[in-house]
Structures are given as structure tokens and as C-alpha cells.
Design a protein around this ligand. Structure first.
Ligand code: DOR
Length: 443
């Protein structure tokens, strides 16, 4: 079995940061300790005091396969993720066709096998007419069921109240929701269209997809979850207003949890002026005060999970007028660098980033043997180098070929990423072959 010993690392795990060594045997972490000595034939890497983290687990990506491979696919986007220190991804069902039954799920798992650089799980999607598929879902085959309680990319809105109630009652996995009230959004959109036609300035996006629309829909999801004691995870919280709806505290024991995404912590309304549709996404990036409140909510455990909502679209699509420019931005490759800026700024500790971006999604979705630096767990690891890195378009590995962070300098970069014990990223290039595995859910 190939074996690697990483010595002199600064390990960050389960709330602690400490000096130590870590041995990888085959796919797994064999040993964590101090002063471990190299065996004959073992590869030894001196981390020189750099931080070694469990690989990040991104519980919200759109890798676009099947059906939209012209702008992204599982191979390209998982490569970008691994280059960014994200070793596991959970992919959304708004593909073409959408993932609405067990056969569509298995098709995705087949496509990912041998092509995904990171480990993979696929959500089942909900619609107004696939209740039977949700009821019969084997909970070991998907991290959860995604419910669009607001219309977004794809046509997957669940707005039939009887169906919605039944989904919350019968779902055998966590429910994850996109919460935005579509009738409220449609009314605002009509108002702006009357004034501007299709060329509505991008800065009005947070007024059209308003904070009130987010709050109303999140309140509905929470009331349904309380009624049925559903395990609910509300995705991409974007407003200060919604935070009072969630309880602070550790994720253990919570039946209702909240996620925010890296773009809500790194951009705000002022950025529409320079980035325009490049940061148009649903829900919308809102005000500086929302961004501040969300960072505080991550630090105080009101927000449980940090994710990307990586949603690539081409530059040609993004250049269209407001009403036809699609929402979403590519994020996986630089999300961890961006999160670590919050550490440099003194807003979060590295342990908190690891908690929200690795431990918490592993716990929430019962991911087996991943998300922690623990002996016996899979060796999904990321080594961080505190050397400045400026994002350049030519470094972007996502198929869409651009990043909202272009030109930004981060103070940390990803030195190495291991997936299932194999080096997959060496700080400059991808290494070896795709080595992602299908996730197992310990349920
Ligand atoms: O901005 C978004 N883009 N929000 C979503 O809900 C969907 C996503 C996409 O698939 O493009």
C-alpha cells in the first residue's frame, strides 16, 4: 500500500489547531501524532508548519451534467474544486433532464465514476408530481431531497401547497430548500420591466429578488418543518432578516439548520457596479449590512454550513440583458481561499472555517468517514500555504473560463490536495487521475 508521511504540520480539526504529523496508508488516514518516524519506502512531506485541514465538503454545487455540458461537466468542475481544496461535492438536481427519480440519480453516479476528481453525492429533486419517488427514495443513495420553494435556473418550482406539505411529511432524508417567494419576485420584476424593459440595471437584482421574498419563503419552510419535525436545511441564506429564524448553537441536535455561501460573505450591493451580471445569482447578493450580519452569524453558530452554490454560466450568457442573463457564478476553485481571507481579517478562526465547510456538512448528511482528520477516515486533505495569490483568468479550471474573483489577491493559497489518499493537486497542476468516490451515507 502506498504510504505518505506528512510531518511538521499545523493540524486544524474539531476546534483545535496543533502541531503534528499525519500518516496516509492507501486511501485512509492511518496515524495522527507527534514525532512519527518514516518507514522504509514511505514518501515524506515536510509541511514546514503549514496548516493541514480535512478537505472541504461542498454541499451545494451545480455541475450541469447531464444536459448543459457546454458550460460545465463533472470532470472540469470537480477538477476546479480539488484545485481549491474542496474534496467532496453534492450536486443539485436542476440538470437536463432534472434528477427526479432513482434512475436519474443512478445515471449521475455512473457519469461521475472515474471522471470526478472529488467524492460525489447527488440530490434527488422535488417537483409538483414526483412525491412517490421521494417517498420511496433509499436514504443511502442521496444526501437529501432538494426543494425549490422559489423558481430559479431550471423549472423545478414546487408551489402546490398539498404536495409541499406531503414532501415535508414523508421525506426520508434531510430536505434542503431554496427559499424565495416567486409571486413576490414576479411582482417586483414586472414593476422594473415596466420602467426599464429587459435592460434592468444589475444593481436592482436584490430589489427584485427581495429580502422580503427570502424571509417569507424561509418562514414557510420552517413552519412546515416544525409541523412535521422534518430535518430541514435552508440553503444560501442571504439576508440579515432571516437570521432570527434560526437557533444559535452546535449543529448536533438541531432539526433546522442554515447555510450561507461564500459570495454573500465576500460581495455586496456595491459590487454590482463593477461586476454586473457576473454576480447576479439567486438569491441575490444584498447589502453590506447583510454581509456583515452573515459573517457574524457564521462566527456565532447561527449559520451552520458554508458552501459555494457554484453555478457556472458562460460569459456570453452573462452578457445578455438582465431578463435573459442567467443567475449563478462559478466559485469552487477559490472558495476556500476566499473563506481564509476572513481568517486573515480576524473575523473567523481556521477551525471555524473547517467546522462550517467540512465537519458540519459531514454531520448533517451522515457522510461516512469523511470531513475530519481522524485515524481510519478517508485521507481527504488540504495543505494551505500562506503565500499571496492573485486570481488570473488563465488559472481558472471551470469550463466557463472566468471567476468573479479575477484580479483579487488572496493571502493564502492551496498548496496540495489529497483525495482518498492520492495527491490530486500539487499547488500548480492536477496530478494523476480522477480518484473521487461515491459517498456513503451512514443511515
Ligand atoms: O443563482 C443561482 N443559480 N441560483 C440557483 O438557485 C440556481 C443556480 C443555477 O443553477 O444556475
Amino acid at each position: 500500500m502506498p504510504s505518505t508521511l506528512i510531518v511538521n504540520a499545523r493540524l486544524v480539526n474539531e476546534g483545535r489547531e496543533y502541531d503534528g504529523d499525519l500518516r496516509i496508508d492507501g486511501e485512509r488516514i492511518a496515524e495522527i501524532g507527534a514525532g512519527l518516524s518514516a518507514r522504509a519506502g514511505e514518501t515524506v512531506l515536510d509541511a514546514r508548519g503549514r496548516r493541514l485541514l480535512p478537505g472541504m465538503i461542498d454541499d451545494q454545487v451545480h455541475f450541469r451534467e447531464p444536459g448543459m455540458e457546454y458550460k460545465a461537466d463533472m470532470a472540469t468542475e470537480s477538477a476546479a474544486a480539488v484545485a481549491g481544496g474542496l474534496t467532496t461535492f453534492m450536486d443539485m438536481p436542476n440538470t437536463s433532464p432534472p434528477t427526479l427519480d432513482a434512475a436519474a440519480l443512478e445515471d449521475k453516479y455512473r457519469r461521475a465514476a472515474g471522471r470526478a476528481w472529488g467524492n460525489f453525492g447527488f440530490y434527488l429533486g422535488a417537483s409538483n408530481d414526483n412525491l412517490a419517488a421521494i417517498q420511496s427514495l433509499d436514504p443511502r443513495t442521496a444526501p437529501g431531497v432538494k426543494v425549490f420553494m422559489g423558481a430559479s435556473t431550471g423549472n423545478m418550482l414546487v408551489d402546490d401547497p398539498v404536495t409541499l406539505d406531503a414532501i415535508f411529511r414523508d421525506v426520508p432524508t434531510p430536505i434542503i430548500t431554496h427559499c424565495e417567494d416567486t409571486p413576490m419576485i414576479d411582482a417586483e420584476l414586472a414593476r422594473y420591466k415596466a420602467q426599464y424593459g429587459d435592460d434592468i440595471p444589475a444593481r436592482f437584482h436584490p430589489d427584485i429578488r427581495s429580502r422580503e421574498a427570502c424571509k417569507k419563503s424561509t418562514e414557510l419552510a420552517i413552519s412546515l418543518a416544525r409541523k412535521h419535525n422534518t430535518r430541514l436545511h435552508v440553503l444560501h441564506i442571504s439576508t440579515a432578516d432571516e437570521l432570527a429564524l434560526f437557533q444559535p448553537g452546535p449543529i448536533e441536535g438541531k432539526r433546522i439548520t442554515a447555510e450561507t455561501c461564500i459570495h454573500f460573505l465576500r460581495f455586496d450591493r456595491d459590487d454590482y457596479e463593477t461586476l454586473g451580471h457576473l454576480i447576479k445569482c439567486n438569491p441575490a447578493i444584498k447589502d453590506p449590512a447583510d454581509r456583515e450580519a452573515l459573517i457574524r452569524a457564521v462566527a456565532s453558530d447561527v449559520i451552520d454550513v458554508l458552501a459555494t452554490d457554484h453555478a457556472p454560466h458562460t460569459l456570453e450568457e452573462k452578457a445578455r440583458p438582465y431578463t435573459s442573463a442567467p443567475s449563478g457564478l462559478p466559485l469552487v476553485q477559490f472558495a476556500l481561499n476566499a473563506a481564509l481571507e476572513l481568517v486573515h481579517e480576524g473575523r473567523l478562526s481556521t477551525a471555524q472555517v473547517v467546522d462550517k465547510f467540512a465537519h458540519a456538512p459531514a454531520k448533517l448528511f451522515d457522510v461516512e468517514h469523511r470531513g475530519f482528520l481522524r485515524e481510519g477516515y478517508f485521507a481527504d486533505l488540504v495543505l494551505i500555504d500562506d503565500a499571496p495569490y492573485t486570481v488570473a483568468r488563465e488559472d481558472v479550471l471551470s469550463k466557463c473560463g472566468w471567476s468573479p474573483f479575477e484580479g483579487r489577491t488572496f493571502r493564502s493559497r492551496i498548496a496540495s490536495t489529497w483525495v482518498n489518499g492520492q495527491l490530486a493537486w500539487d499547488g500548480v497542476s492536477l496530478v494523476g487521475a480522477p480518484n473521487g468516490q461515491r459517498l456513503a451515507f451512514a443511515r
